[in-house]
Design a protein around this ligand. Sequence first.
Ligand SMILES: [Zn+2]
Length: 366
Amino acid sequence: MGFNTFLGNENAVAGLRSMLASQSVPGAMLFAGPDGVGKKTLATMLAKALNCETLNDDYCGDCRHCRKVEETLALTRQDLARRREMKDAGRRADGLVYFDVELIEPLTRFILIEQIRQLRSTAYSLPFELRNRVFIIDQAQTIHWQAVDLLLKVLEEPPETTRFILICPNSSELRPTLRSRCQRVSFRPVGAPLVERLLREEKKVPASQLKLATAICAGSIAAAKTLDLAAFDRRRKPWISFLDAIASRDGRSMPPGQWKTLLESAKELADARSELEASLRIGYSLLRDLLQILEGGAGAQVLNMDLTTPMNAWAARLGLEGVERLKSGLDDTYRLQTRNINQQLGWESLAIECISESCPEGANRV
Ligand SMILES: [Zn+2]
């Protein structure tokens, strides 16, 4: 138990411990940094440490208060899940009750004004059972614009027994007035050796795939803990056929077989509706690798390192312009997607557009 169980971001942990030791934990803090590195986990650890009955700059996990924080957070998570499932989004914030330690997350696309209103009215009352009240506001960038001013007023003069921890991936997404009222704790992607160790020890990734798996996780502890290499392969496969089909076109003609492969790839991607985000990330990573190869030459740092041979061939055939065009085609498709336009249409139009645009004028298209 305690902060020493937290993986990575040692500076952030050391900073919090020294604030705890000197009893100078500020009323409002901002935990900013990439997804999957444990910002919310560390915030809940801090909530325990601020209330622990036995330790000053850490938490025991065992005393009455530590257990209370844990129980309260479990109830809060259940409550959030229940509210998010409600069909009538307008009623999701009905009858909110906030405990001494509270997790506040978006109930729709936003953290709603009712949630901040409830936070404000609870913040000024003394904690029920604990020494310190802690409000953890996850995805603070989603706080509804109408609620920001309300929150600002509380953050301006936080009640003595209340701490606010705002969490967001990118602090520039927060309004500057909000940002300036919080003391910032920065998080970074965790180092490759730590990710590699997690993958080796917990996920039993074989040595031959360790480098690729570590690169895929991109410094995220959460990604390392949930990595599924088989799923990665499955999602990447259509992209490989897609790129292979486009790159193998010789510029003069497009044999019918290749058109078929291409459209089948597009269809396969579109069918994976629930996996769209993950699939798109893979597509982008392949295009980024191709750009790296074209621009970085021998020193290129590619993610899909097991595909170096085919990627070198695709890069040579597509050229910088071809890869850029693919990327902008993908950007457009992504924008269409997020506007909920028919997915299949999106993928197929991307495939067709990429082919026809990279096909020279007057070329014989079969
Ligand atoms: Zn304790």
